[in-house]
Design a protein around this ligand. Structure first.
Ligand code: MG
Length: 309
């Protein structure tokens, strides 16, 4: 059978065959109107401690609240101190969006098997803390460039071995492991949002749970790796658990949104389409000498981009 005959035979199966194929996918039976969740979407802004204006931790949280943030994103310093750090946020009128945990030096995906279990144990501690704080999840990078000698296919297979148990653990903690795709300057494994979503989907299928792992998008990395920011967010859908806000690669590079010419309208259209209600959190520098004024302006800029989207 040549290529033309093959497709001809497919067509001869008729409508019954087509509807049987469609029935295998719940999404395929939904109308465009049903998958369009724009009315539910909200721009909920969060900020890491570093980028916020203020000369102390308390002042930074106070300024986040003052300029319209709803949450703070912590680093690994909060692990094991969930109640204490949840209270610090609550005292400022904020929720906790996520823990930015990183790669644990790539240990979980190291070619050195002895390094993996200590990394897995530490990730569990971070997930327990995220659960205690009511956070969306723990942001996890499998490996930065140079942290593992395993190839991309080997890392993907390895994740499918140890992540299902961790996803179940995260599910029981009422939080998520959140894969962060990075640009090629920082990581060769996991660079696109859709790739992270696909790995998370496979892990959920193996784990037999409907949450506990997902993906995020960072506008800075997406500026290099994605052909469509809107398409990237739509392909993640309900697996999208977090977003990082930063300007793209053009100078001034990776600073507050609005400080370079990158637009957020296309990406925000994607977030609106999937009815995104989780947090978008600043992870970026500041090009201006007046950080407080720049913070106020970037939030105004993002709200106008959201309205335009
Ligand atoms: Mg990031």
């Amino acid at each position: 059978m040549n290529r033309r005959d093959f497709f001809g035979a497919g067509a001869a199966l008729g409508l019954a065959g087509v509807s049987a194929l469609n029935a295998s996918s719940a999404l395929a039976t939904q109308t465009t109107e049903e998958t369009d969740k724009r009315a539910e979407a909200k721009l909920r802004i969060s900020c890491q401690v570093g980028p916020a204006p203020g000369d102390s931790f308390e002042k930074k949280l106070e300024n986040m609240k003052k300029y319209g943030c709803e949450a703070v994103e912590y680093g690994g310093e909060c692990v094991g101190k969930g109640k204490e750090y949840r209270q610090k946020a609550a005292d400022a009128g904020l929720e906790v969006s996520a823990i930015c945990w990183g790669s644990h030096s790539g240990d979980l995906c190291s070619e050195d098997v002895s390094k993996r279990q200590p990394g897995i144990d530490d990730l569990k501690r971070a997930l327990e803390t995220a659960g205690e704080m009511g956070a969306s999840g723990v942001i996890y990078v499998p490996a930065f460039n140079g942290q593992t000698k395993l190839t991309n296919p080997e890392i993907r297979s390895l994740l499918l071995e140890f992540m299902p148990d961790l996803a179940k653990f995260a599910h029981d903690c009422n939080t998520n492991i959140i894969f962060e795709p990075l640009c090629r300057m920082e990581a060769y494994f996991l660079r696109q949002v859709a790739d992270g979503a696909s790995i998370a989907r496979d892990i959920l299928r193996t784990a037999g749970v409907d949450s506990g792992i997902g993906v995020m998008g960072d506008f800075y990395h997406m500026d290099t790796e994605e052909t469509s920011q809107m398409g990237a967010f739509i392909s993640a859908g309900s697996l999208l658990k977090h977003v990082h806000l930063a300007g793209g690669v053009e100078n001034p590079r990776r600073t507050f949104p609005g400080e370079n010419s990158m637009t957020f309208v296309d990406g925000f259209r994607g977030l609106k389409y999937i009815g995104y209600q989780r947090f978008c959190s600043f992870e970026c520098g500041c090009a201006s000498d007046d950080r407080e004024e720049a913070f106020k302006k970037t939030i105004e800029f993002l709200r106008s981009q959201w309205d335009e989207a």
